[in-house]
Design a protein around this ligand. Structure first.
Ligand code: PHE
Length: 343
């Protein structure tokens, strides 16, 4: 895989057998900032590739949002039999690593980590740790903020497709009942959308009411709907899944939804409107970093996150005008800012 990033810092955690990776993709607009993902991978190369792609996504996310931060991401690749008793130690050693970098890399929660984990990382890594719990002076988890931005993006897609932002009666399928999927379903239900969801874990989404239908994860792609919202892991839109989709639009929070760049063309060829992931899912990063680093009020953060809907509409406009995919349009928007070297 080609990667035009700055560098990958790597450290073996002898105590647990975990590998700590910090990928710095770009420092052009500001210090590299991105979440910490904790997960098991088939091998070290897979973990490294994930860190590389995710850090690149962060570069585009900050640039497209006009936010003075660079792209970075941390991956804590843990063994399959990783014990929860080993977790605080690993998080503290990772925090020490972050501290040693003296502000070159700032982090926050991501898949597999929580605000509580950020509290532990910050014991060693402060002040370079966002999204701590409010009890520890942070702005809390980012999932609800991300969900607000995804909901605004879904409204923008509905406006484009159906001439109205209203979600009433729209059918929306959410893949993943996690820290974004759950608050997203609350927001969509408040807008009177018809909702179905899937999750690979039978435990996830247990608390959801009977009005929300559960779809088996293997059937989620062919489920007919207006909007399909990938809110789990990346790579779900690819040569195998795109032909199965029965939706009018794809708008979700997962990072790196496209398996490969050509998948944006595959979606367009099927007439499916795609809201680029790094635009639609920027709400958490923007709100938390805005509140903690720029002193925004929560009201200001909410306004900024809702404005993601306008950015999505703008990207659809560029795509239509230039006859390119929304993904290409969003990349162009971000690359212009990266070339200028300021937001
Ligand atoms: N998980 C966030 C994302 O992928 C990363 C993040 C969270 C960054 C909180 C900063 C603060 O966008």
């Amino acid at each position: 895989m080609s990667w035009n990033g700055v560098e990958i810092l790597e450290r073996d955690d002898a105590e647990t057998g975990a590998t700590i990776l910090i990928a710095i993709h770009s420092e052009r607009l500001g210090p590299a900032t991105g979440g910490t993902r904790m997960k098991s991978y088939p091998d070290r190369d897979a973990a490294r590739r994930d860190a590389m792609r995710l850090s690149e996504g962060m570069t585009y996310k900050w640039a497209a949002a006009g936010f003075p931060r660079g792209g970075g991401k941390a991956v804590l690749a843990v063994p399959r039999d990783f014990r929860s008793a080993d977790r605080p130690g690993l998080l503290r050693r990772f925090g020490r690593f972050v501290k040693e970098l003296e502000g070159r890399f700032w982090t926050g929660a991501d898949v597999g980590t929580s605000a509580e984990d950020m509290d532990v990382i910050a014991e060693e890594g402060a002040p370079y740790v966002f999204s701590r719990t409010p009890a520890k002076g942070g702005a809390g988890g980012s999932g609800t903020w991300t969900a607000i931005g995804v909901a605004a993006s879904i409204e923008a897609a509905c406006e484009r497709l159906f001439g109205s932002r209203s979600l009433a009666g729209r059918s929306i399928v959410i893949q993943g009942a996690g820290s974004v999927g759950i608050p997203l379903m609350d927001l969509l239900a408040a807008g009177r959308a018809r909702i179905a969801f899937s999750d690979v874990s039978p435990e996830a989404g247990r608390a959801l009411g009977p009005a929300i239908e559960r779809v088996p994860p293997e059937n989620v792609f062919e489920r007919p709907c207006d909007v399909f919202a990938p809110c789990a892991l990346g790579g779900v839109l690819n040569a195998e899944t795109i032909p199965r989709l029965k939706c009018r639009a794809v708008v979700g929070s997962a990072n790196n939804q496209l398996g490969a760049a050509e998948d944006a063309d595959r979606l367009a060829a099927r007439g499916i409107l795609y809201a680029p992931d790094f635009i639609a899912n920027a709400g958490g990063a923007i709100a938390i970093t805005g509140i903690e680093a720029l002193g925004w009020t929560r009201d200001r953060a909410e306004r900024e996150v809702r404005a993601i809907g306008d950015t999505v509409a703008h990207v659809f406009d560029i795509a239509e005008r230039e006859r390119i995919t929304p993904d290409a349009a969003a990349r162009r928007l971000a690359e212009e800012r990266l070339e200028r070297g300021r937001v």
